[in-house]
Design a binder for this molecule. Structure first.
Ligand code: NA7
Length: 539
């Protein structure tokens, strides 16, 4: 462990981790196993992070569970048996709890502890944290493991407080079951959360009105019980399977290779056959069908039109089908993985309001007024997403050297180096945030990568007697330029997405994740470490 400065408080922790989701849990396990004094602070009353907060009906992971799971412990990955191809939220939460128990993590986790303040003390070269209830901690290193999608976005709809029914947000769902029977439900939003909940709510509610700003591309999950033969095959060489996945741009999906030729170089018949095959497999496999879908708009348009034709074949009312057909490039916003989403619009109790044609004017006591018409509702669901990447950090009073607030530092956009560190914020690491490739990977692959990299860095510092590490502003701006240059070669800048902050009014429109693919990103991080942490200043 790096040497403490003479003025570091004697009771300071080695590492303070904020968040007990999958990132915080693995971080605690890994760093504690190196002999470090680690403490995790978690705002919720439970471990599990995203899978504790997002418990709306139908909430489930959109990457197959055999690939959306920890790889760090062979016994864990052998003994845990997922019940479904795509685990639902309760099972994911059980898994997080199992990991916390199995590795005896709870004794170093403080639940119900929301960190409100985190200040760097330049004299003592350590961080001081304070919780909402006034408790305090000091630590030489901080890992922010609070997730890129943990700050819910509640748009400022006029009249929202006048609504006499119940208002729910997908990311802050109540713990007791919500009874939709006999209710008139309005759902605002058609992202992944809405796409998962809409078919289930529609089956129970008297009426369901969906307010859509941007239509979603949704590909069937074909969810079902775990294929035990596939599970046996994977578990026979789980380490090899994980290693092959880490060679994929997305960190998962190695069982399927893209077609050997780009979409632009094959006949219409071949293209359709390949896309049809991927539709039958389901999920993100569609986006891996050809190598040029993310880089060539014409190739991408073939896949768009393929999904639009599916929408038109599923949805009986041609006007509704047309309204459900997206016009932006597929994959530019996160693809939704669904179960019966489009078919739900064939139900007599479901209606769709396109807010581009009929803008939401205000929420009334008894519904939603849009385009001059009041749509009755006694339950309003805001499936309106998150202030992604920056929101979770900027809502904390997080100050680095010279009292610099992260909000001010990031006013022009989330400057960072490797997605892991920020100039002016020594010894603070950020997990799966802006600059990381995590949003395009199975996030646990990114979490394990980041934590392993941070652990190696701390050991390296210890061996050389360093107390602080911090990127230079130059390294940071080169890295951000690289991120933008890579994004410019893709389709990602051609729509409004949370990757760009475009869902939050007033947020700078900047592409925040690293789109270069996991292998390229991991190699870059490894090269920085091999070069003695080039781009960082060490003291
Ligand atoms: P998303 O994907 O950000 O979806 C939020 C939805 O809410 C999306 O359709 C938005 O439309 C819509 N929205 C947001 N603000 C408004 C306003 N003011 N008026 C109307 N509609 C609005 O969040 P999710 O929770 O569904 O999914 C987040 C991630 O979780 C997902 O990508 C997976 O990784 C898991 P927009 O598209 O911005 O026009």
């Amino acid at each position: 462990m790096p040497a403490p400065s003479a003025r570091t408080p004697a009771d300071a922790l080695d590492v303070l981790i904020v968040g007990a989701g999958f990132g915080g849990l693995y971080g605690l396990h890994k760093l504690r196993s190196l002999g470090l004094k680690v403490r995790v602070l978690e705002a919720a009353p439970s471990v599990g992070g995203t899978w504790y907060a997002n418990r709306y009906p139908g909430a489930r992971v959109d990457i197959q569970s055999l690939e959306y799971s920890y790889s760090f412990d062979e016994a864990l990955q052998q003994e845990w048996n997922w019940s479904e191809r795509y685990a639902a939220q309760p099972e994911l939460l059980r898994y997080a709890n199992h990991v916390a128990d199995r590795f005896d993590l709870r004794r170093d986790i403080e639940l119900d502890t929301r960190v409100e303040q985190m200040h760097f003390d330049e004299g003592a070269r350590c961080w001081h944290a304070r919780s909402a209830d006034g408790r305090a901690w000091s630590a030489r290193f901080v890992i922010m493991a609070i997730g890129p999608l943990s700050s819910p976005n509640t748009p400022a709809f006029e009249g929202l407080s006048s609504f006499e029914g119940r208002v729910l947000h997908s990311a802050a769902w109540p713990h007791e079951p919500v009874d939709f029977a006999g209710r008139d439900v309005a759902v605002i939003g058609t992202g992944s959360s809405a796409v998962q909940m809409i078919p289930i709510i529609a089956e129970q509610a008297r009426s369901l009105t969906v307010f859509q700003r941007t239509p979603a591309y949704a590909v069937p999950a074909h969810n079902g019980p775990t294929d035990r033969e596939r599970e046996r095959r994977i578990k026979a060489d789980y380490a090899g399977f994980r290693a092959r996945n880490r060679k994929m741009r997305s960190g998962f999906g190695s069982e399927l290779s893209p077609h050997p030729l780009p979409a632009m170089q094959v006949s219409d018949a071949v293209r359709d056959a390949v896309l049809e095959e991927r539709w039958a497999i389901g999920g993100f496999s569609l986006l891996g069908a050809f190598t040029d879908l993310f880089t060539d708009m014409r190739a991408n348009e073939f896949a768009c039109e393929f999904v639009r034709s599916k929408i038109r074949s599923i949805v009986q009312d041609t006007t509704v089908a047309a309204a459900l057909c997206p016009s932006h490039p597929i994959g530019c916003k996160r693809l939704c993985v669904d179960t019966g989403y489009y078919a739900t619009y064939n139900r007599a109790n479901v209606s769709l309001v396109d807010v581009n044609r009929a803008p939401i004017e205000r929420i009334t006591p008894h519904g939603v007024l849009a385009g001059g018409r009041e749509h009755a509702a006694d339950l309003l669901v805001l499936a309106t997403g998150f202030d992604a990447f920056t929101g979770p950090l900027t809502r904390i009073d997080l100050r680095g050297r010279g009292g610099l607030h992260i909000r001010d530092k990031w006013q022009p956009g989330p400057l960072n180096y490797l997605g892991l560190a920020v100039a002016g914020f020594p010894n603070l690491f950020n997990l799966v945030g802006a600059g990381s490739t995590s949003a395009f990977t199975s996030v646990i692959v990114s979490i394990e990568h980041h934590i392993d990299w941070i652990a190696d860095c701390m050991q390296w510092m210890q061996e050389r007697g360093h107390t602080t590490i911090e990127p230079t502003e130059e390294a940071e701006s080169h890295y951000v330029e690289l991120m933008h240059a890579i994004a410019q070669q893709t389709i990602f800048l051609s729509c409004n997405s949370w990757y760009l902050g475009a869902n939050i009014p007033g947020k700078p429109r900047l592409f925040m994740p690293m789109a270069g693919g996991f292998p390229m990103y991991a190699e870059r991080c490894a090269a920085v470490a091999r070069d003695g942490y080039s781009g960082f200043v060490l003291h």
